[in-house]
Design a protein around this ligand. Structure first.
Ligand code: MG
Length: 380
């Protein structure tokens, strides 16, 4: 179990839930970082009294520094600030809850500093999976996934020997538009897309869940995290989100992890692992559960998942380009500047037009990420 943490991206959905878990479990918060929501950041800073706070946006950092001038908290800014928070000697674990490629460098820095990584930033493994996993192995840094599916797989695989795994069964709810045809999705509004039936999440990931791009990103992540090939992962739509994922072993045994759909649970486990502590979350009530259903994912009407699986097979910078293009397209959609179905078009065209190269080093990856963003901004 960890004793003190740095929360990168503390004002987002995962960041706020991590702070709540830290409070409940008595884990000290040594550092916080945010982009520019300094009002909430100030509340958190006054409550948790961290040693260090970084604000990514320079103007917001100046305003924040003035706001907390009466406290002993040190304040940093920009990428330098994120890197300091990620490597702070006072922290033994870094929760990477920032969204986007901005999380990459701090995650690598935290690995180099041998921190436990409670991984919640999807782009880290989607864009730089080979690099990050190789570095973690080399430095002996632990990566404990926070995403509910990967946390489930991680738990199901604990204690299994090499060669025992047959395949990973990655479950997903199918999102709020499950069962609809692509033509019917043309007029979906941001307000409709962010209302997820089971999970409470930020706007970007809620849209990704509705297009199944989120499942696609998780597919790529699972491949890296558990050293398997795309053929070893089967996506199973399970609309109740009670089973958070499963593993099938070579003898045919299937091990599943179940729990209420609350992100607080995998967050807490990533911090207390390998121990378990009582939690404040609701427990499953099997008398209320009734039916658990399973179906195949609809790759025709939800082509983002198929695109992600294709990119996983292509490898190199393909998943990175797809993810960056998708991120820009989703933000445009959320601002009513792009139609719902155009999100897929933007991601798919970016992969074809930006091109795919080997993802050997961070500069190549960041360049591919930037090129994909420019492509979508200019063409969509
Ligand atoms: Mg998930």
């Amino acid at each position: 179990m960890v004793h003190s943490i740095s929360i990168l991206g503390c004002t987002g959905s995962i960041g706020r839930q991590t702070a709540a878990v830290a409070e409940h479990t008595g884990i000290r918060v040594a550092a916080l970082t945010a982009n520019r929501k300094i009002d909430l950041l100030e509340q958190q800073a006054r409550k948790f009294k961290p040693d260090f706070v970084a604000v990514y946006d320079e103007d917001a950092a100046r305003a924040f520094k003035i706001a907390v001038a009466d406290t002993p908290i040190r304040v940093g800014s920009g990428m330098e600030g994120l890197l300091e928070a990620a490597t702070l000697p006072e922290s033994d674990c870094v929760v990477t809850a920032v969204s986007g490629a901005v999380g990459l460098k701090p995650t690598l820095a935290a690995i180099d500093a041998k921190k436990r990584i409670a991984l919640a930033n999807k782009e880290t493994l989607v864009c730089a999976g080979d690099l990050v996993m190789a570095r973690a192995k080399e430095r002996g840094a632990e990566i404990v996934p926070v995403d509910s599916e990967h946390s489930a797989i991680f738990q199901c695989l604990t204690g299994r020997g090499a060669g025992e795994l047959k395949k990973i069964l990655l479950t997903g709810s199918g999102g709020p538009f499950r069962g609809r045809r692509r033509e019917e999705l043309e007029t979906i509004t941001p307000e409709e897309a962010v209302r997820h039936p089971n999970w409470s999440m930020g706007a970007k990931i809620s849209v990704d869940s509705s297009t199944l791009m989120n499942k696609g990103l998780e597919f790529v992540e699972a491949m890296h995290l558990f050293s398997v090939t795309p053929d070893d992962i089967q996506v199973v739509i399970h609309s109740q989100s009670v089973i958070h994922s499963m593993v099938e072993l070579v003898d045919g045994t299937v091990i599943a992890q179940l729990g209420v759909p609350d992100m607080g649970l995998p967050i807490q486990l990533a911090l207390t692992w390998p121990e378990r502590k009582p939690s404040l979350f609701e427990h499953l009530d099997f008398w209320k559960l009734r039916d658990l259903s399973f179906e195949e994912p609809d790759l025709v009407n939800f082509p983002c998942l198929r695109l992600a699986m294709d990119c996983a097979r292509r490898g190199g910078t393909a998943p990175c380009v797809m993810s960056a293009a998708n991120e820009v397209a989703v933000h445009k959609f959320l601002r009513h500047q792009l139609g719902y179905n155009r999100i897929y078009d933007a991601a798919a065209e970016a992969v074809e037009r930006v091109g795919v190269v080997a993802a050997d080093d961070l500069d190549t990856i960041l360049a591919a990420d930037a090129a994909a963003r420019v492509f979508v901004k200019e063409h969509f």
